[in-house]
Design a protein around this ligand. Sequence first.
Ligand code: NAD
Length: 423
Amino acid sequence: MPNLSFVHPSPDSPWGTYLSQVDRVVPYLGHLARWEETLRRPKRTLIVDVPIEMDDGSVAHFEGYRVQHSLTRGPGKGGVRYHPDVTLEEVMALAAWMTVKCAAVNLPYGGAKGGIRVEPRNLSMKELERLTRRYTSEIGLIIGPDKDIPAPDVNTNAQIMAWMMDTYSMNVGSTATGVVTGKPIPLGGSLGRVKATGRGVFVVGREAARRVGINLDGARVAVQGFGNVGSSAAELFTGAGAKIVAVQDHTGTVYNPKGLDMAGLMSELHGHGGIGGFKGGDKIKPEEFWDVENEFLIPAALEGQLNTERAKRVRTRVVLEGANGPTIPDGDLVLGERGILVVPDVIANAGGVTVSYFEWVQDFSSFFWTEDEINVRLDRIMIEAFKRIWETADQHRIPLRTAAFVVACTRVLQAREERGLYP
Ligand code: NAD
């Protein structure tokens, strides 16, 4: 464990998980391993107090963070999460995974992430807006279109990005659309962004299926988390002939070995905020989700879901990590020993940041692409990145996660070496 005085990670925590992943890549870095410590330390961490006036006239304080893990290959890039359990340590891990993800798909970005410890469901829209604007002003010191570009993550959306863009623009005195991505389309957002992460999950899933000999037509898929990522990926798998046999979200778990009706699930989600009450399948206990037999298991909710015990039980051939950090390091080892292919988060869910990159490029040029152009470019980047990582895994006989880290960390540390150490 590195000597950072301000975090004390357990091995299964997000930062502890990230550090173990770095341990596994070091033997493959060759002479670049002399820079490995830069991977284990965020370049910059900012903790801000976010005081707001509540609708009842009281004042509430929230803790906010922005972490820039690496700016070596370009500006920081990474979402902002609103959740009561967000910690500095979690944001550090999410920022570091952004460094690896952007380098794995070869986008010209470093890695960053932000968050506020808040339960947004307890705030009114006006309170949420004040919280977002004050947070944006506080982190305004270090963000900007060529410095660090936030985006949506869990519990943040296009409206929150619009408030962030407006607040930053007011503070600098000109409209700066490129300061955030994931914006509404009329404010410089990109077509295809909303479904981009789910689309990327599907595209790399299809590539993996081809290599391990799974026919998508009739393949069984289980999805944990039916939000932006999980529902978009499920729609595309269904479109390719696969069956969604189990879905779990925070409201419940439903199972149907013949396949759950996608349109019915979507209308349940939109009507009730979750799929727990869906009638087109059997309601099962949350823990039973991990026993459902399938070809593709897609964790698309939270970190730390595939622990050792669940990794021993799951009956799947491919784990496609839609969420960030859903598999703990020991779970990874068990899945590998059982011959289950894990397509890691840093490539599987990179579709979102790839279209965010397209959005940022379009904002700079004020010239916007069609959805078809976006999807063709997205598919090409995902397929090329997956191929490179697959070949690296083959060459060294290592898991795809370590291979993705080899490709990404080599790019980051190569850039570090070529830039040299200031001063
Ligand atoms: P979201 O808020 O749209 O959806 C989250 C889903 O997880 C919801 O269906 C929710 O009900 C479910 N969930 C929450 N707690 C749960 C629990 N305890 N058990 C089961 N399900 C639970 O979020 P999202 O944008 O879809 O993000 C999901 C994951 O994907 C996160 O790890 C996020 O960091 C990652 N990710 C998102 C994007 C993106 O573009 N949105 C990009 C890359 C990675």
